[in-house]
Design a protein around this ligand. Structure first.
Ligand code: IPM
Ligand code: MN
Length: 345
């Protein structure tokens, strides 16, 4: 027997609704002898309006004690842009050193893609999670004047690049196709580009079984649309990965299906799992959100904690559920129920 001590941050908007379904499916899939304990954290826009706090130290400390974190979505138009992003979401990713931002894309059968034909899409983006232009390393001079100057520096360390590149090689080596593509822009971003390419080539020598490729990020966006089957594992920096994974979601069933894990593979801190989508204030509270991205994020969470069989059960349930979709509208709750029944049965 074992146990999972899970922190839950439903957050704002549809975050609340989809997390409830994620927990429903988690409860249904876990064996009887695994004890699931959950603790909900009230963080997000409402909390900020009430108290002005985004992520107080006491809660950051408390979160450290959990095995993993399930997060819905954070943000609301009533909160100035950047406040919750930096003060909560990115703060968690940085504080818990989530250097792997894992974002798989798979086009399930009977699932819509704007691409012609029925392309094979089954790749995973290993997005760096703690560096790049996300570190808040920059500044502004003469702010608000006609002579304003703004810098936003991309931070790339040998340590940070090597650990994500190594992780990506490991993941590629474990997959049937064993192919890893580095995506960067080393024809323009020459300093960071050199560090990434050099590190990639160095580590590649240790993985002769992995086929390697390099693409500039602009070219990669073309191939996402024209030839998505050429990708297996992709490793890239924080910002390129952010942009590419929205495109990846768009070509493989939409943002309602895109799952992610903010992972610290060392286990030093809890990893955090969340749908790639946001809070969708336009449909919040109406039971219209598709909880599938959150449910698939729960599968990533289980895999991370060593419950591989349960992760696969969830993924199979999602695949079966999608295969039977015929356009009839279902509520968030109904989709959650259907998935819970499938994983239990
Ligand atoms: C994501 C989001 C975040 C990011 C924002 C909300 C800070 O777009 O998880 O992809 O840029 O990483
Ligand atoms: Mn994003």
């Amino acid at each position: 027997a074992s146990s999972i001590n899970l922190a839950v941050i439903p957050g704002d908007g549809i975050g609340q609704e989809v997390v409830a379904q994620g927990l429903k499916v988690l409860n249904a899939v876990l064996p009887q002898d695994v004890k699931l304990e959950t603790k909900e954290y009230d963080l997000g826009a409402q909390r900020w309006h009430r108290t002005g706090e985004t992520l107080p130290d006491a809660e950051l400390e408390a979160l450290k004690g959990h095995d993993a974190i399930l997060l819905g979505a954070i943000g609301d138009p009533s909160v100035p842009s950047g406040v919750l992003e930096r003060g909560l979401l990115l703060k968690l990713r940085f504080a818990f050193d989530h250097f792997i931002n894992l974002r798989p894309s798979k086009l399930f059968p009977n699932t819509a893609t704007p691409l012609a034909g029925s392309p094979e899409i089954d790749f995973v983006v290993v997005r760096e999670g703690t560096e790049g232009p996300y570190t808040g390393n920059g500044g502004s001079l003469r702010t608000g004047t006609e002579h304003e100057v703004a810098t936003e520096v991309s931070l790339n360390t040998a340590f940070g690049v090597e650990r994500v590149v190594r992780d990506a090689f490991e993941r590629a080596a474990a997959r049937p196709r064993k192919k890893l593509t580095l995506v960067h822009k080393n024809n323009v971003l020459v300093y960071a580009g050199h560090l990434w390419k050099n590190t990639f080539d160095k580590v590649a020598a240790e993985y002769p079984q992995v086929t390697t490729d390099y693409l500039h990020v602009d070219a990669a966006t073309i191939f996402f649309v024209t030839q998505p089957e050429r990708f297996d594992v992709i490793v890239t920096d924080n910002l390129f990965g952010d942009i590419l994974t929205d495109l990846a979601a768009a070509i493989s069933g939409g943002i309602g299906l895109a799952a992610s894990g903010n992972i610290n593979p060392t286990g030093a801190f809890p990893s955090m799992f969340e749908p790639v989508h946001g809070t969708a204030p336009d449909i919040a509270g109406q039971g219209k959100a598709d909880p599938t991205a959150t449910v698939l994020s729960v599968a990533l969470l289980l895999r991370h904690l060593g419950y591989e069989a349960q992760a696969v059960r969830i993924e199979d349930a999602v695949s079966a559920d999608l295969a039977e979709r015929d356009g009839t509208a279902r509520t968030t709750d109904e989709i959650g129920d259907a998935l819970a029944v499938r994983v239990a049965g």
